[in-house]
Design a protein around this ligand. Sequence first.
Ligand code: CP
Length: 317
Amino acid sequence: MKPLKDSKRTLLKPHLLSVEELSIPEIDILLNKANFYADANRQKGKIEKTLKGSTVITLFFETSTRTKTSFELAAKRLGADSIGINASTSAIKKGETLIDTAMTLNAMHADILIVRHPDSGAVKLLSEKVNCAVINAGDGTHEHPTQALLDALTIKRNKKNIKGLNIAICGDVLHSRVARSNILLLSKLGARIRIIAPPTLIPKGIENLGVEIFNNMEKGLINCDIVMMLRLQTERMKGLYVPSTREYFKFYGLDHKKLKNAKKDALIMHPGPMNRGIEIDSSLADNLDRSVIHQQVEIGVAVRMACLEMLTVGIDK
Ligand code: CP
């Protein structure tokens, strides 16, 4: 691993636990580097192995396709050794605690631990017990910082500027760490955020984050530049939050009729995985003139490459 650079000239952070801890200049530096990697990944050009000699471990206590794979790919593209640990096939099944598991991996001289956990705050707690860098890959309903960063870069690449955009975040906001991270990040970058959801799926106090709240999707979408749909997270629901998925789609699913209320060039986003026919009409999800869902996945690798650099060798300002 290369020696750490002078942190005065380089963006170098100990951990990435939330978007709250990133300043606007830091976000700009991170997204600029990620933008460079997004182009480099497309051109399949030679990428400098800045993480050669580093060990990156993904430790996931919840399922994942996009985040886990893209972190492992990002680490490999930068020359790191990357290893994935699945909680369901590890010693966690024998009763080992989260902290003991993390300390064990720390003792193997991991440089970065990338952790997803069902409990809000669990990843921060773990970061206080190890001496390697930790990335939050999603903790409970709290935050999913790299998802928000990749969403921001996807918007920037398509709309040039985030400042002044009307962004609607629609659906199961109550259970969504993606919504929370995006509200914090996109507001910080100057967007106006609207939340569109049934009252049962809006967290108490969310208005304190400066968002506008709509229970009517047609009204909420008027003049929107970005329509970000969220998955109905039935696995986190204890009780009945919507009468039925059919009813939900009728009032809160994105279909052609409701989308007409947004701007003509409004883009459709979804962090995935999608429930087709529940929160989004299948043909809209696949309409490449409007939907940037696959771009989000592609840019996710580039953003995670920049994040890995930010925690190891640093990003030159
Ligand atoms: N968006 C997201 O976090 O997807 P995965 O659950 O597949 O990682």
